[in-house]
Every structure is written in structure tokens, then in C-alpha cells.
Design a protein around this ligand. Structure first.
Ligand code: GLU
Length: 439
């Protein structure tokens, strides 16, 4: 059977680097195995989920090149959840509770003060039919909890090895709220079963959920998928990444001119034993993917590392793949400036340098005037710079920095930049002359 994986964001915010790492890990494995990668919107919370966020998530995934084979929305699958709820009630695994938040909070405090874990004590299971009828007569709707088996649950985790988690340490989770709305757990398991999900790769913040979900899969008559929980990403300073951490939203990184493959290259390998390399397409990440290479300790996401990777990727990009993003930049100019760029759009700055308008920086007007007299005959190719500076050297006795620096400053207005032998022909004789004798 071919593998089926899903990326299951809640459309309650923009994708950030943490989500994309999860998406990538699932995508890469699905592709490597020739399986299916699903996009599943966990949108059962009508207050916080929006179509605009769902659209934005799709747009970001497309921009990253993480194509999904199929997609679904939990908000369209209520019938399947109702059916599962009915079955769980039937088997006695879902039971009604009328505890108020205040009552629950009080019990929690009492248990803690006695040094006990604040686990729900299942008072609702002891209610008589008359008491239940009484609540109904008052018009009070129950919320519904899943009765855990209170036993150790064990699974083979792709990253963590054998994991055992005792559900006796957990409160029976609420699956359905008073108003009938669903929390994350039930729809997630029903979907994973109905969609025949074979592997769930996600952050280790879900380990506790997994123990509950293994029980729920079984209560629904299905087998759990295989799990792998990787250590979370933290910010460069070790702080947690949150969905609302604006600067790490994918669309902000895109707005900053970063390449999608810089983001993919970093996020596919961060926290693994594989080296982080600047890849220009996803193929090597697909071939090389191995979930067992994820380490157990949190990986730090450093925006500076992303910048460095971005530059190394830009240095490999072919003109045909970037031309549309840098109108006016010729292939010659791209080739000349590419090794000096950190972002593709920086090429536009060099277009201004080549074609103007730009402000020459004049260090020594007399020297520059003299150099202007010695410009080599046309046409100018790559050899023109060498010929010219050779002649200027001979005529003025200058050499090294004293020779080259004033020329570069006058012609480009900058201290550093691409090789002058490539830039000079692009600046051309007219502008070169004007810049040299601009005072
Ligand atoms: N919507 C859940 C989340 O974003 C999905 C978790 C899962 O992979 O099951 O955390």
C-alpha cells in the first residue's frame, strides 16, 4: 500500500517556519515513497478559522513548491464526525459531563493542594439517570469526554524509538463542547482513518495527544498510523516559535525577497544529522529524506543562517529562472553581479549602477580626468578594464588600491561590488566618461 501523509494546519493564522517544517517533512516522505500528500484544513473552530487564512496557506505552500495531491476541510465533514460520535456513545467511550469550569477549577486546586495530579476524577460517570434528566430539564447541555483506558500506550516512534505514555496520567479529554462544536482530537482521528493516513510526522508537542489518539483510533475500530515526533524549533535565542511570531511568517520572508528554496533547504535539514546545503530544487531533499536523522533536542532557527543560504542559492540561479523578477536586467548584467547578491532583487540596484542614474563618488578629480583620457578604443569586452587600468598605471605611476579604488568609486559609487572587467562594458563608454569627469 502506498503511503499517505497529511499536513493539517488550522486556518487561524499565516504559515510560519515551524508549520512549514512539518509540511515539508510530510511532503518529502510522501514524495520519496511515491505516495500521497494531503492538505487538510483543521477548521472546526468557526470563530478563528477563516477562508482568507486558508487561501493564504495554499498560496504559501504553492510558492514553496510543496504541491499537495488532494485537500479536505474538516468543516465539510460533520456527518462523518457525527457518525463517530454516535458509535463512541454507543460503546460507552463518550460520556456526558455537566461540570462547570468553576467546579473543575476547584477540583483541580484541591487535588494539587493534596499533591495529586490534577486529573479529571470522572464524577460524571457516577451520575444517576435522575441527575442527568435533571440537567436536561434545566436546559443544560453536556460536554462529552472520551473515557480513556488508563493504561500504558506504546508506539514505535520514527524519531523517538519506542514511546510509552500512560493515559492514567491524563484527564479524559473533552471531544465535544456544550454547543456541539468539536475539539481537534476527534475530527483528526476520524480523518486519519477515513483518509487512510499511514504516517503522521509532527512536532513533539503532540506526544501527549498521540497517546490519546492511539486509544481513540482503536475505539473507532481502526489501527493508528505510524508516528514520528520531531523536536521543536526555537528562535535564535531559544524561545518558542509561535504561529503569530510575525517575522517568521512565510509571507514576510517572501516579502523580504528570500528564495523559497532557501527556506526549504534550511527547514528540511535543521535539527537533523544531515548537513544544511543550498539546494535550488526539492529533488535532493526528497531523495535524501530520512526521518530517523532527526535529533531529540530542539533546533534553533537562526534568520542569519537563512540569509547566508539564500545568498548561496542566488549564486546558482540561472538567468531564465529569475529574469521575470528583475525587469531591465540583461543576462550579461545578471552574470556579472550574481556572485555579489544576497537577494535576487539586489540585481536591480546594480542595474541602476550600470545604467544610472547614480551619483559617482569622486576622490581625486584630477586623477579621474587623466584616466578618462586613457579609455581604450571600442568595442569594450572583458579585456577593456585590464587594458585601461594598465595604461592609467603607466601614465600615473599608481598601483593597487590607489589605482583601482578611485575608479571603482567613480564608476559605481560603491566601495565594493562585482568584477569591474564585467561591469565596465555594461556601464559603457558614454556613462563611464560622464562619471569620470562629473566635476
Ligand atoms: N491542526 C493540528 C495542528 O496544527 C494538526 C496536528 C496533527 O498533525 O494532528 O497542530
Amino acid at each position: 500500500m502506498s503511503v499517505r501523509l497529511r499536513f493539517a494546519p488550522s486556518p487561524t493564522g499565516f504559515l510560519h517556519v515551524g508549520n512549514v517544517r512539518t509540511a515539508l517533512v510530510n511532503f518529502l516522505f510522501a514524495r520519496q515513497q511515491g505516495g500521497i500528500f494531503m492538505l487538510r484544513f483543521d477548521d472546526t473552530d468557526p470563530e478563528r478559522s477563516t477562508d482568507a487564512f486558508a487561501d493564504a496557506i495554499e498560496e504559501d505552500l504553492r510558492w514553496l513548491g510543496l504541491k499537495w495531491n488532494t485537500s479536505s476541510h474538516q468543516s465539510h465533514r460533520q456527518d462523518a464526525y457525527d457518525d463517530a460520535i454516535a458509535r463512541l456513545k454507543e460503546s460507552g467511550r463518550l460520556y456526558p459531563c455537566w461540570d462547570t469550569p468553576q467546579e473543575l477549577e476547584l477540583r483541580r486546586k484541591v487535588l494539587l493542594s493534596r499533591g495529586k495530579p490534577p486529573v479529571y476524577e470522572r464524577g460524571a460517570l457516577a451520575l444517576t439517570q435522575a441527575q442527568k434528566d435533571g440537567y436536561a430539564a434545566q436546559g443544560r447541555a453536556p460536554h462529552w469526554r472520551f473515557r480513556l483506558n488508563q493504561r500504558p500506550v506504546t508506539w514505535q516512534d520514527g524519531v523517538r524509538g519506542e514511546v510509552t505514555f500512560d493515559t492514567a496520567t491524563l484527564s479524559d479529554p473533552v471531544l465535544v463542547r456544550e454547543d456541539g462544536s468539536l475539539l481537534y482530537t476527534l475530527p483528526s482521528c476520524v480523518d486519519d482513518l477515513d483518509h487512510h493516513v499511514t504516517h503522521v510526522f509532527r512536532g513533539e508537542d503532540h506526544v501527549t495527544n498521540t497517546a490519546v489518539q492511539v486509544e481513540l483510533f482503536e475505539a473507532l475500530g481502526g489501527a493508528p498510523p505510524q508516528f514520528a515526533h520531531f523536536a521543536l524549533l526555537t528562535g535564535a535565542g531559544g524561545e518558542g516559535l509561535s504561529k503569530r511570531a510575525g517575522s517568521l511568517a512565510i509571507r514576510d520572508l517572501r516579502g523580504q525577497g528570500l528564495e523559497p528554496m532557501a527556506i526549504n533547504s534550511l527547514l528540511a535539514r535543521i535539527g537533523t544529522s544531515d548537513p544544511i546545503e543550498p539546494f535550488t530544487d526539492l529533488a535532493p531533499l526528497v531523495y535524501g529524506f530520512d526521518v530517523t536523522k532527526f535529533g531529540r533536542s530542539a533546533a534553533r532557527f537562526d534568520p542569519h543562517e537563512l540569509e547566508v543560504l539564500n545568498a548561496r542559492i542566488v549564486h546558482q540561479l540561472h538567468y531564465a529562472n529569475v529574469a521575470a523578477r528583475i525587469p531591465g536586467v540583461s543576462e550579461e548584467l545578471w552574470e556579472a553581479v550574481r556572485p555579489n547578491l544576497t537577494r535576487v532583487s539586489d540585481a536591480l540596484d546594480w542595474l541602476k549602477v550600470a545604467e544610472g542614474p547614480m551619483q559617482p563618488v569622486i576622490e581625486d578629480a584630477e586623477f579621474l580626468r587623466q584616466a578618462a583620457e586613457l579609455l581604450p578604443p571600442l568595442p569594450w569586452g572583458e579585456e577593456a578594464w585590464g587594458e585601461w587600468t594598465g595604461a592609467v598605471k603607466q601614465a600615473t605611476g599608481r598601483k593597487g588600491r590607489a589605482l583601482f579604488h578611485p575608479l571603482r568609486l567613480a564608476l559605481t559609487g560603491r566601495e565594493q561590488g562585482p568584477e569591474m572587467k564585467l561591469l565596465l562594458p555594461l556601464i559603457g563608454p558614454k556613462r563611464t566618461r560622464e562619471r569620470l569627469i562629473s566635476t
